[in-house]
Design a protein around this ligand. Structure first.
Ligand code: SAM
Length: 390
């Protein structure tokens, strides 16, 4: 496909996403219906779509319309690409600009807060919550996210994992913020077929989760429950850090854990899966990786940024507090409760922790808000210790 034909495909897909369909599904369906497109074409189209969604508002302003075409005109303008070279109508290229589209280009270009591409209703909240880091984090959130791997130190070393990846033409470098972290600098698309991935030497995991798991206090911790386990990312990281830990995983939706047995087998870990609602007993550590806005990961799932509404955020905050209370019952005396989200918002993070810490039975041990300034996604963790009732 020519570069212009890829833009035409991105326009078609963006129109579907703007009508409310999930971006990932639209990309898959498009690829299935257009088998002539090679892997490089699909990757380039995907990048166009995700770049445009990350910068949806500013590109729409630059392109004169919130449509697939408007967004891609805006994207070309933001990169100083000559519009006539892409919008030529030649072959499979998008049609030339109409007179109305040309006229729309004369409108003032977006500036200031408009360039940060946050939903309007969330902007004041983020500005207050991020404080001095607001502009830098906002700008970084408009960029593509780096790909991180977690080296399974129960199986190999970081150096050996890097050498193994290199044999499959993947270059990765250690990140200083976590002893397990590798940042992929080249060859990311080959990862799922790489030997180091297939044999469980490395797993896909953002740097923030790795920093958080590495920071957890494991003194006197012999058992742990991942209460909101989902695909099991946190449980697997914990298993790799402390192979002797007795680990259980639970999720209200058992289907979310369907890949966990295979992932655990690949990693050489043993994790006991608990069916929804079947949690009894106590653990030395209970992790609550709570459902959240995902605002810290919107670089990776930019359509979610535009779908979040104030009512949904309120409901999530109420749910997080409920889950935290429910999970706290499974923490043994002197054990730890760990609350995590991939959010940048106070109401889901520090405010939840403050509210929980009011209970005198719990000692608030530590907390940390991570952002793109740490090299990672946005992420929050907080650790509480249950005081002995005696
Ligand atoms: C952020 S995701 C977890 C991601 C996962 N820990 C990982 O690292 O891959 C939140 C999970 O919480 C689960 N969940 C939602 N409500 C819950 C509840 N009341 N009790 C337990 N799990 C719940 C969701 O099904 C979802 O899988």
């Amino acid at each position: 496909m020519t570069p212009a034909a890829r833009v035409a495909a991105a326009i078609e897909i963006l129109d579907l996403v703007l009508s409310g369909e999930p971006a990932e599904r639209c990309l898959t369906t498009w690829a299935r219906n257009n088998r002539f497109a090679g892997s490089k074409d699909r990757a380039a189209i995907r990048d166009h779509v995700y770049d445009a969604l990350r910068c949806r508002e500013s590109f729409a302003r630059l392109g004169g319309a919130k449509s697939g075409r408007g967004l891609m005109i805006g994207a070309c303008r933001s990169q100083n690409v000559t519009l006539g070279e892409v919008f030529s109508g030649v072959g499979h290229a998008p049609a030339p600009l109409t007179a109305t589209e040309e006229a729309a280009l004369l409108a003032p270009v977006p500036e200031g807060l408009e360039l940060l591409d946050w939903p309007d209703w969330l902007l004041p909240q983020l500005k207050a919550d991020l404080g001095e880091a607001f502009v830098a984090v906002s700008l970084a959130q408009r960029e593509r996210a780096p790909l991180f791997l977690r080296v399974n130190l129960a199986k190999t070393t970081r150096e050996k994992a890097m050498a193994m990846l290199r044999r499959d033409d993947i270059d990765a470098e250690p990140h200083p913020a976590a002893s397990t972290a590798l940042k992929v600098v080249q060859g990311a698309r080959k990862l799922r077929l790489a030997q180091a991935y297939l044999d469980g030497s490395v797993e896909l995991q953002d740097l923030a989760s790795q920093i958080a798991i590495e920071a957890l206090p494991l003194d006197g911790v012999a058992s742990a429950l991942d209460f909101c386990a989902g695909g099991g990312g946190k449980a697997l990281a914990l298993a790799a850090r402390a192979p002797k830990l007795r680990l259980s995983a639970h999720d209200i939706d058992a289907g979310r854990m369907k890949d966990l047995p295979l992932r655990a087998e690949r990693a050489g870990a043993w994790i006991n899966l608990l069916p929804p609602g079947a949690v009894t007993g106590q653990w030395d550590m209970v992790l609550v990786d709570a459902p959240c806005s995902g605002s810290g990961t919107w670089r990776r799932t930019p359509d979610a940024k535009w779908q979040l509404l104030p009512e949904r955020l309120d409901a999530l905050v109420a749910l997080q507090s409920e889950i935290l209370q429910a999970a706290s019952r499974y923490v043994a005396p002197e054990g730890y409760l760990v609350y995590m989200t991939c959010s940048l918002l106070h109401c889901e993070n520090i405010a939840q922790a403050e509210q929980f810490a009011v209970n005198p039975e719990w000692q608030w041990v530590e907390h940390r808000q991570l952002t793109t300034q740490d090299g990672s996604d946005g992420f929050f963790y907080s650790v509480f210790k249950r005081m002995n009732a005696e």
